[in-house]
Write a protein that binds this ligand. Structure first.
Ligand code: PEP
Length: 254
């Protein structure tokens, strides 16, 4: 990966049949045909990974990601998917620690750390999500919250693992709510994360890691958020489900 090339990822969550996924990808490929200004990652549901992988063979700049993985390499984990299965189907990225997984599936920091390590061992880039709840934002406790999420999962990892990670700042109060962080709030949180990375892991990790913002990103607000010096990309949920809006977010990378 190039150092801090902008990266826009679409998290489709539990949406799209195989046919719908295929049609979204084809339309995106058309709209982004001449664009090479950043890395683009699509994270369809598991059921669509294989057919999306096939379509993406013709546009290597658009890469495949998964939304989840299990940390074990294989075995009796009914319903789960391992890192090597994702890599085998063509994934290069995998989302780890999304607030919906933390909230609805009780995923703990220790479990997320295992997932992140499993992902990197299989050659995947984890998109590791952190972000505070509204109460923490309103009480001014967001830095403590981010510090503890970061520390719990990344604390003693070597740079060789950390440099494979994309860190996504996703304030929980902004996800799917239509309430986006202001560009200033996003920059402040990203700068704080970089400062914490520097404290924990030194300057080359802090300045080399790519940081994404996620939370109600739209074609209208993408450009201003992306213009912030510590924001290297976006993790997009709702607006990635439609080719026009996702392409226009990608095209807002300068
Ligand atoms: C997300 O789920 O990662 C996300 C950012 O969703 P949305 O863009 O819909 O807020």
């Amino acid at each position: 990966m190039n150092a801090r090339t902008k990266i826009i990822a679409g998290n489709w969550k539990m949406n799209k049949t195989v046919a719908e996924a295929r049609s979204l990808v084809c339309e995106l490929q058309g709209r982004l045909a001449t664009f090479s200004g950043c890395d683009v990652v699509l994270c369809p549901p598991f059921t669509a990974l294989a057919s999306v992988a096939k379509l993406l063979e013709s546009t290597p700049r658009i890469q495949l990601g998964a939304q989840n993985l299990h940390p074990a390499p294989k075995g009796a984990f009914t319903g789960e998917i391992s890192a090597s299965m994702l890599s085998d189907v063509g994934c290069r990225f995998v989302i780890v620690g999304h607030s919906e997984r933390r909230r609805y599936f009780g995923e703990t920091d220790a479990f997320l750390r295992d997932k992140l390590l499993a992902a990197v061992s299989a050659g995947l880039h984890p998109i590791f999500c952190v972000g505070e709840e509204l109460a923490d934002r309103e009480a001014g406790r967001w830095p403590d919250h981010l510090r503890s999420q970061l520390q719990a999962v990344l604390h003693d990892l070597p740079p060789s693992i950390l440099m494979e990670v994309v860190l996504a700042y996703e304030p929980v109060w902004a996800i799917g709510t239509g309430r986006t962080a202001t560009p200033e709030q996003a920059q402040e949180a990203h700068a704080f994360l970089r400062q914490e990375l520097e404290r924990l892991h030194g300057n080359s990790v802090a300045t080399g890691l790519r940081l994404q913002y996620g939370g109600s990103v739209t074609p209208e607000n993408a450009r201003e958020i992306l213009a912030q010096p510590d924001v290297d990309g976006l993790l997009v949920g709702g607006a990635s489900l439609e080719a026009g809006s996702f392409a226009s977010i990608v095209l807002s990378v300068e």
